[in-house]
Design a protein around this ligand. Structure first.
Ligand code: ADP
Ligand code: ADP
Length: 234
């Protein structure tokens, strides 16, 4: 089943004399359980494309469907709810709240839902195990390493079991060891939790963890690599 369907999407910024054609007639699908990377140089349109799928921006032409719902036409009130249940976000700068513990940060997305304490604890334990952060739950973000912070941010993104995990340059602030670790954890999340993951990066090493890589340049998809099985080592 297609989780995401991007249909002839174009995005034009600005007006009159200063138009930027950030996306030019892009179409592709992402199926359930895929681990997809969008790669391209700075200014290629990666963030713009991710924002369309993240439902935080609308295309000028074309439409975006997530789970067969046309999110590019949805009203904001419904969209907020849709986003909270169906999408998980991982940012380059983590966006953790410094005044909350790791545990509180991870549970934040559940604050508006009425789940039982037992269910919440069970899910928290599950997520902590997958990400290896069980011993960090009582700490504050400034008491843990940068790499651990990004794993906590993953935990927060995963806690609701979203249909789709979206990550914009998730390794952008990490050294190569932490980046590798994070990518290995994302691989585990993809396999064990059957999470569909879409990440955007300009970094080839990061993209190499994706099972399918779409290359974008000047707002257009120009090639695609589909890889079977494991990462190839050179
Ligand atoms: P990338 O994420 O690949 O670096 P972006 O999606 O950020 O690329 O940008 C694609 C193009 O659209 C660039 O030329 C950028 O300057 C332009 N752009 C992005 N956001 C805006 C905006 N809000 N207003 C005008 N132009 C924008
Ligand atoms: P990225 O790290 O993805 O390349 P940028 O630094 O290009 O991000 O853009 C940062 C923010 O500024 C984004 O929200 C983007 O939409 C906006 N932006 C980028 N280019 C322009 C532009 N030419 N005019 C207005 N806003 C822009």
């Amino acid at each position: 089943m297609a989780v995401v369907s991007v249909q002839q999407v174009s995005k034009i910024y600005g007006h009159r004399l200063s138009l930027v054609n950030a996306l030019n007639n892009i179409s592709f699908e992402i199926k359930s359980g895929e681990f997809v990377g969008i790669m391209g140089p700075s200014g290629a349109g990666k963030t713009t494309l991710l924002n369309m799928i993240a439902t935080i921006d609308q295309p000028t032409h074309g439409r975006v469907l997530i789970k067969n719902q046309v999110v590019s036409r949805m009203r904001e009130a419904r969209l907020a709810n849709f986003r909270r249940h169906e999408l998980g976000f991982i940012f380059q700068d983590f966006n953790l709240l410094d005044s909350l513990t790791v545990r509180e940060n991870i549970l934040l997305p559940l604050a508006l839902d009425k789940f039982s304490v037992a269910m919440i604890e069970q899910r928290l334990a599950q997520v902590s195990r997958v990400l290896g952060i069980g011993n960090l739950l009582a700490r504050y973000p400034d008491e843990i390493s940068i790499g651990q912070r990004q794993r906590v941010a993953c935990g927060r993104a995963m806690i609701t079991k979203p249909t789709l995990l979206l990550a914009d340059e998730p390794t952008g602030s990490l050294d190569s060891k932490s980046a590798t670790e994070l990518l290995q954890y994302l691989t585990v999340i993809n396999r064990q939790e059957k999470a569909t993951i879409l990440l955007v990066t300009h970094d080839a090493f990061t993209a190499s963890y994706c099972r399918r890589i779409l290359f974008i340049r000047d707002g257009q998809l120009f090639s695609e690599i589909i890889r079977n099985g494991n990462r190839q080592q050179f």
